[in-house]
Each structure stands twice: as structure tokens, then as C-alpha cells.
Write a protein that binds this ligand. Sequence first.
Ligand code: PHB
Length: 401
Amino acid sequence: MNDNNVSSKRRSLLKGAAGAAGLAATGILHAPAVIAQPARLKVGLMLPYTGTYAALGNAITNAFKLYIAEKGGKVGGREIEYVVLDDESEPAKGVDNANRIVNRDKVDVLVGTVHSGVQAGMVKVSRESGVLSIIPNAGFGAATGQLCAPNIFRSSFSNWQTIHPLGKVMMEKGHKSCVWISWKYAAGEEMFGGFKEGYEKVGGKIVKEMWLPFPNVEFQALLTEIAAAKPDAVACFFAGGGAVKFVKDYDAAGLKGKIPLYGNGFVTDGTLQAQGSSAQGLLTTLHYADGLEFPKDKTFRLAYAKAYKLQPDVYAVQGYDAAQMLDVGLSAAKGDIKAQKQIVAAIEKATIDSPRGRFTISRAHNPVQDIYLRQVVGESNKFVGIAWKNLSDPARGCSMA
Ligand code: PHB
């Protein structure tokens, strides 16, 4: 093409543009046949996909995606695009990883995580950036306590909440003294606080506290100490791969038939196949159980099993409900993620039809929910009863509560 041709082409383009502008002014130009789609909504999944909590991160991811798929891949009319980041349950990288996904990848919504120490870093970034955030597991108390914020919600539990009812359960079984054992990090410590408060209130005595650094699983020396201390019972918090090993080691040390083991249900959720006979009979408290009679639970379990050839657990339920909460908020705002006030108001007043049973959301943005007593039978955490009806986290220090 010579210079002449270029300039004549340019001229005709200009003429065309001017002509179109003229037609538009007269109202003759019609809208193009293809209607522009709204941009996709970027959902950041910051979860552990390696390490002792890897199975938990995967279950949350699976069920979150299941819900979105059930809605045709869209919420509030917006197609979802995922940005996935493995946080490795590594608190030292929490702030950097959260900054990467929020400020570099520019997600519209932040979903995560499992580990309370990592959550502390994420909450900092959520508060600074104002990004809509849904916590699908970590019980980090301050997220819905001292550091609560309008843009931060939780679809799971607070560390205080699931274990607070356990002391009463243990006293009713006649266990007046116990040893506490857990990992020494935010979740273990906060759960200890919730347990102690409930157990001492009904007259229980904690004779010894035992702690291991996360995610250490060298239990042997401590199990020998427990045998020597001879408490009425043992109460614990462990989860994921570490929980599998703890329950098996407790049995192998000969303690299972002698000193009853209790915990919140994380010690037996998603772990029963691997724990086998070592877990049989264990009593735990949690906001989910096998054998609940809710229609929503039945359809959820069928759909999850069909999609993933796996049985769902409490982590899957929390992932599914995180997606439900996002849907409620975004649908109310017709897909406009910038309409945060509207989104927040819609989630705050929602009743979530969860597989765990319906729940509402407290003013501090934590689920208000029933805590069940469950017992391990075969590969089920069988529903035994309600340990505490409609339990709300006290949300200490939250200015919104
Ligand atoms: C936590 O770190 O908050 C945490 C991790 C795993 C659980 C429960 C809580 O199963």
C-alpha cells in the first residue's frame, strides 16, 4: 500500500466515523446486535493446597465451585473467574500473599483461609483495601471481634464457638478433670480459651495444658505424660493430617480404652477413613454432623459426591456457604461489586439455607448456629443431639456488635 492509499483509507475512515456520529445524532443508528457482557468477577481463593491442611483447602474450593456451577457459573449476572493461591498455612507469608492477590491480581472478592495465623495477615489487607472478604474456615477471633469490619464476613465459626459447649458435654459424662492438648498457635490458644470458659463454668478442672508447635506431630512423649497424669478425660484441638496421626497415636499408646478423648469435631471431620478403628466412639462438638435431616444437606451431599467422587465434610459445607453468601450479596447489587453497602446489607439480613441447617449472621458477621454433639460410628460423625442451640460468638471488642 503506497502513501496515497494510506491517506485515502484514513480519510474514508474519518468520513465513516463522522457519518456514524451524524446518524447517531439523528437517532437512526441502532444498537449493535451483540450486547456487551459485564466483565467477569474475579474471585480470589487464598487457601492451603499443601501441608497438613491441604485437604481442608481442597474441600472448600470444591464446594465453592460446585455452588457456582449449580448457578450456571454466574452470581448476580457476572461470570466468575478464579485466581488461586496456595497459602501453605504459612503465617509469615500471610500479608504478602494477601497483598499479591488483592493488590497485584486485583481480585474483586477475597475468599480464604483455613489457618488462623494466616487469617490475621489477610484481615489486615482486607481492612486496608476494603475488598469484600469471606472467611470459609479460620476461626481467628479478632476477624469478628476487635478487628471486625463491614467488608469481612465468615461462613464458618469462631474458635471460641465450636468448643465452648464441649465442657458441659464432658461434665454430663462425669469427667471432672482433664488434660488439654493442642498446637500452640492462634486457633489452639483461642479454642483453649473457649473450652476453659465453658468447662470451668460447670465445675471442670484442667489439670494440665500440653502444646506442640504447628504442625508438629511428635506426640509420643506427651502421650506418656497423659498416661501418668491419669485425668478423667482429654480434650484437644487438631485438624487435617495432624488429627489423623494424633487419633491413631492415642490409640496405639493404649490410651483409647482408658482415658476418653474429646475435642471439637475437627479432630474427626474429613479424617475418618484414615483414622479407621482408632476413632470409633469419639464424641465431638461441631456445627455439622452426618445424618442431619435437612433437605438441603441431602441434595448437597448427592451433588458433591457426584461431582468429586468424595463425601463432603464440614470444610466443604463452609466453602459452599461462602459461595451462597457471595450470591446473596451480589444478586442484591445486580452484580455491581462497587455497591458494597448494598451487598453488605443483603448478607447481614440473609438466612443462609446451609447443609448444616439454616443460619443467620451476627452483627459482627459470624454465623449464629446450632452446635451438634456427634459420635464416630464407622466412617460417620453421627448426629447425637444439639449440644448448644443457636450459639453466637460473644464478638468481644467488635465495634459493630
Ligand atoms: C484455624 O486455624 O482457625 C483452624 C484450622 C483448622 C480447623 C479449624 C480452625 O479445622
